[in-house]
Ligand binder design. Structure first.
Ligand code: DAK
Length: 260
């Protein structure tokens, strides 16, 4: 399948998703959100793929936000509808994907761009990255989960500061604040993500899927994460991956997981 705004490449079990609108600093218009939704759905369905590296095209931006030229004309109803649709179609899809998504933040990650990075499971930034939620400077608030996920990652105080000042922070501060896991040079960014990906693909896809459900349960209203963990833990015992993992250990060999 070909996309107008996305490049999808695969190398063994790793899917590389690149948002490809470099002239607009990879800003998310409706079509890009739609295509990202399709691409992540296809990755979820593809058993061969076990981890995703998500990045932006060019050397300037991961994603410089939602496309301002497009949303400038929205009405109250359109704004609400598109926000709800975006949550469900893309941001929640990424957060709940059964395969880890590593955001390689290679420059500006602003507004909807930072929201997309925050919906990802792991964030690695290059040292030229600048991160922020500038929505209030445009008269809106973060509408793709930013008020919630930023607060989860950096705490209430820093979230208030970032959102109300609409300012950008450096990659170094983002690491200090817990917004990104690690900062590396621009040249090392993808290699660092690949190193993490190579560790992930050695492990049981089934168990990783259960771990994602359990970790996310901590942040779901009305859900007891400990109960979710117990359920998911129990399910692991019925998987072929569990049999393979434990057998391989006892037979002193490396496991070959099928994700069954
Ligand atoms: N949208 C559209 N075009 C953008 C863009 C954006 N977010 N960001 C950059 N561009 C375009 C610029 O207009 C420029 O295009 P041309 O003028 O060349 O045609 C090109 O990319 C290069 O940008 P600059 O010339 O500005 O590059 P600089 O290096 O000088 O500056 C910058 C880089 C990142 C500081 C600057 O481009 C900038 O401030 N960009 C805007 C950042 C921003 O405010 N992003 C939006 C955040 S608010 C919604 C849900 C969520 C949201 C909205 C609606 N609904 C459900 C309805 C989320 C909103 C946001 O993300």
């Amino acid at each position: 399948m070909t996309y107008n705004n996305i490049v999808l490449e695969t190398k063994e079990a790793v899917a590389y998703v690149t948002i490809n609108r470099p002239k607009q600093l990879n800003a998310l218009n409706k079509e890009t959100i739609e295509e990202l939704s399709q691409v992540f759905t296809s990755i979820e369905e593809n058993k061969e793929l076990r981890v995703v590296i998500l990045t932006g095209s060019g050397d300037k931006a991961f994603v410089a936000g939602a496309d301002i030229k497009e949303f400038a004309g929205f009405s109250v109803e359109e704004g609400k509808l598109l926000s709800a649709e975006g949550h469900q179609k893309l941001f929640n899809l990424v957060e709940n994907l059964s395969k880890p998504v590593i955001a390689a933040v290679n420059g500006f990650a602003l507004g909807g761009g930072l929201e997309l990075a925050m919906a990802s499971h792991i964030r690695i930034a290059s040292n030229n990255a600048k991160l922020g939620l500038p929505e209030v400077s445009l008269g809106v608030i973060p509408g793709y989960g930013g008020t919630q996920r930023l607060t989860q990652l950096v705490g209430k105080g820093k979230a208030f500061e970032m959102i109300t000042t609409a300012g950008m922070i450096s990659a170094e501060d983002a690491e200090k604040w817990g917004l990104v896991n690690n900062v590396v040079s621009e040249e090392d960014l993808i290699a660092t993500c690949e190193k993490i990906a190579s560790k992930i693909v050695r492990n049981s896809p089934k168990a990783i899927g259960s771990a994602i459900i359990s970790i996310n349960a901590q942040y779901r209203e009305g859900v007891d994460g400990f109960v979710t963990e117990i359920t998911e833990f129990g399910k692991c015992f019925g998987t072929a991956d569990f049999k393979e993992g434990t057998s391989a250990f006892m037979e002193k060999r490396k496991p070959t997981f099928t994700g069954e």
